[in-house]
Structure formats: C-alpha cells, structure tokens
Ligand binder design. Structure first.
Ligand code: CO
Length: 134
C-alpha cells in the first residue's frame, strides 16, 4: 500500500531561522513559505534528492501544531508522510482492518494540492502518519 516517503515534517519555532539553516548552512533547496490557513500552518519544503523535509510553523488561533510547539518549545519531528497509489482504497482497507485509526476518513487537500489522510499516532508506534495520494 505505502510507497515513497514523501516527507518528514518538523514543527519549528522560528521559520526564518530554520529556512536559513537548511538553505545557507546545509545547502539545500527550499521553497517559498506558503500559508495554508485551513491547516493552521505556514509551510516550507526542503527539497532533498530522495524526499522532502516539511517545515511547519503555526498560524492562526486554532493551529493544530501550536500545542505541539507549546509542548516542544525547541521544535521537533511532527509526522511522516507516505505516498499511496489510491487514497480511497487505502482508507477503505484501513477502516475495514481497524488497526490504524484514520483521523479524517474523508481526505483533505494537503500541502501539495493532493488528498491526504492522517493516522492516529498511538496506533503507529507514536508516530503521526500522513498518507498522500501519489
Ligand atoms: Co505533511
């Protein structure tokens, strides 16, 4: 079911500093910041040859990553995202099985403009897991 690792997401306390570190010190290509108000985040992608790092910074009153940053003031790893060929089929399989709870069985449009779902971290060894339509 799962294919490529699309990205690993980090919540960062200072987006400009993080961008500068990845771009200027570590020499990676980074995208321009993009606000996704419906997800409560400003996002930057660090483009790597084999995957991406997604830098997340909370925006808005009800950002879902704000509590994470409150608990982890220096930032931290937030989720991993795997690509799936067919997200509807993936959700159907997971709902039928029941091992991994799907937090939003109706896919949302994610940072790449593609449908995504999130799986409960407690069901997957403590790791919040995103599935993205490839
Ligand atoms: Co993500």
């Amino acid at each position: 079911m799962i294919g490529r690792l699309n990205h690993v997401a980090m919540v960062v306390p200072d987006l400009e500093r993080a961008v500068s570190r990845y771009r200027d010190l570590l020499g990676a290509t980074v995208t321009a910041p993009e606000d996704l108000p419906e997800h409560g985040v400003r996002v930057v992608f660090v483009r790597l040859p084999n995957t991406n790092v997604e830098l997340l910074f909370p925006i808005g009153e009800k950002s879902p990553v704000a509590p994470f940053l409150a608990k982890n003031p220096s930032g931290g790893m937030h989720h991993v995202c795997y690509e799936v060929e067919d997200i509807e089929a993936a959700v159907a399989t997971l709902l039928a099985d029941g091992t991994l709870r799907v937090l939003n069985p109706k896919p949302k449009i994610g940072a790449h403009g593609k449908p995504v779902v999130f799986l409960h971290p407690k069901d997957n060894d403590g790791v919040l897991t995103e599935l993205e339509q490839a």
